[in-house]
Design a protein around this ligand. Structure first.
Ligand code: SF4
Length: 214
């Protein structure tokens, strides 16, 4: 129960203190990369790795059919005709200007099957000190306005699962607001911002989501 959780928390803190005393403060957890690839999730992802590159390359009809074939050979025979294909471009480079697309009106969450983002953020138990050092850094605010807002219609307000980013009118000017205390550290903004203008850095020690029911 909670007693064990407190105990293991203390043990973890002791281990961290010992590691720091041993001069290992800058250790990187490099084993994570190999270890997750050996799990069931890692193996599943390996089998489907070519589906999206094939889809992008050959279009919906042929690409999806080839993706299906590739998943069969990977699953049944443990092998792919294609090896490992690469994506043609980064997520950030895949965004197109809003003027090329129709606006999507998303239905309101119904509270039964779909939920608003802030009640999900509440469940994540995410926590940051009010005055913590900024961990979501925008390199160039003028560019954020002229490009992310004016050209791409503010995708950060939709891709961020925690509703951290908002474009709000202040004194007649569209202003980029960052509610950093809600961040659940998914790193999407760092990857998806069309100008690579947002830099996610680790928050100060131990802050962020704490999922008590996972
Ligand atoms: S890391 Fe994820 S949750 Fe945090 S601000 Fe970026 S997109 Fe939002």
């Amino acid at each position: 129960g909670s007693h064990n959780a407190v105990l293991s928390g203390m043990l973890a803190a002791d281990k961290i203190a010992a590691a720091i005393a041993a001069g290992r403060a800058n250790d990187e957890v490099v084993e994570i990369e190999n270890e997750w690839r050996a799990t069931d999730i890692g193996k599943d992802l390996k089998r489907v790795r070519n589906v999206k590159p094939l889809w992008s390359k050959f279009g919906t009809a042929i690409g999806v059919a080839l993706g299906g074939l590739d998943m069969w050979t990977n699953t049944l025979l443990g092998f792919s005709f294609f090896g490992t294909l690469r994506h043609g471009k980064t997520d950030a480079a895949s965004l197109e200007p809003a003027s090329m697309h129709r606006r999507i009106d998303y239905p309101r969450p119904d509270g039964v099957l779909t939920f608003d983002r802030l009640s999900s953020v509440f469940l994540s138990n995410t926590n940051h000190e009010e005055n913590e050092p900024v961990h979501l850094q925008v390199k160039d605010m003028a560019l954020q306005k002229s490009s992310e807002h004016d050209i791409y219609a503010g995708p950060s307000t939709r891709y961020c699962p925690a509703g951290v980013y908002e474009w709000v009118e202040k004194n007649g000017e569209e202003t980029f607001v960052i509610n950093a205390q809600n961040c659940v550290h998914c790193k999407t903004c760092d990857i998806k911002d069309p100008n690579q203008n947002i830099n996610w850095v680790p928050p100060q020690g131990g802050e962020g989501p704490v999922y008590p029911n996972m």
